[in-house]
Design a protein around this ligand. Structure first.
Ligand code: HEC
Length: 232
């Protein structure tokens, strides 16, 4: 992947590069809650890290080299050895089950998932509102926080779906605990949230998925896991 493979980082796209993104979780009060300068100091007190930074960057850690190093690591996190990819490339067609194949069709057509999650990483550089904002108990307004454009209220970046089976809970607020629950949500959002604001028209009507279709769609999502990410 090149440096600018994706133009927005975080659910609301508030950062543009992986380097900017890398500083976020260190400083965020609900994550590591640590000034970046303090993280730099800690790394330089650690003899091994101090040595590595001098060897690679030619000087002890500073803010820029710390975020550069994390971003360089993130760029190595390629997911390619999945049943879905091996089927698509013809390398090994046995891992992609008949159910996953049917699920891929549902993903692309009946489920309309492909309209927002597409391309090799099943995401996109736009922001959409799938109905998880009601201005009351669900009050993260997403992209609006960045643009202040009222149309962006409740819009988030469609997350990439590679390794999705490994990364529960789901959605910006973690409200869905399993992929099955996500599928049930898309099938009939009103059953979960009836007062959402500006929900996308793609989710206007129930999808009408049968039990088997839900299972197939889940099998497809499960086929996007790269086994190398399961191993320690
Ligand atoms: C209108 C665009 C749109 C459509 C259609 C859509 N999605 Fe999404 N999807 C999103 C957005 C935006 C989010 C993030 C929403 C949030 O957190 O508020 C998301 C989140 C998800 C997540 C959670 C990802 C994570 O890391 O937590 C999964 C899984 C998912 N979608 C799968 C699907 C499936 C399966 C379908 C089809 C049934 C589908 N999506 C249809 C836009 C869409």
């Amino acid at each position: 992947m090149n440096q600018s493979a994706r133009n927005f980082q975080f659910w609301d796209g508030r950062m543009e590069t992986l380097e900017e993104q890398a500083a976020g979780p260190i400083e965020n009060p609900v994550e590591m809650d640590m000034p970046l300068s303090f993280a730099v100091e800690k790394l330089n007190k650690h003899s091994q890290y101090r040595k590595f930074f001098i060897k690679i960057f030619g000087h002890p850690a500073d803010k820029k080299s710390v975020t550069d190093a994390i971003a360089a690591f993130e760029r190595t996190l390629e997911t390619s050895d999945t049943p879905f990819d091996n089927y698509t490339s013809g390398k090994d067609t046995t891992q992609f089950s008949a159910s996953a194949k049917r699920g891929q069709q549902i993903f692309n057509v009946k489920g309309k998932c492909f309209d927002c999650h597409f391309g090799p990483d099943f995401t996109n550089d736009f922001f959409r509102n799938i109905g998880l904002f009601n201005g009351k108990d669900l009050n993260d307004s997403g992209r609006f926080e960045v643009t202040r454009n009222p149309e962006d209220i409740g819009r988030f970046k469609p997350p990439g779906l590679r390794n999705i089976a490994m990364t529960a809970p789901y959605m910006h607020n973690g409200m869905h605990k399993t992929l099955r629950e996500v599928i049930d949500y898309y099938n009939e959002p009103d059953k979960f949230i009836s007062n959402s604001v500006n929900r996308d028209t793609l989710l206007a009507k129930p999808l009408g998925l049968t039990e088997q279709e839900k299972k197939d769609l889940e099998a497809f999502l499960n086929s996007l896991t790269d086994a190398r990410f399961i191993k320690k």
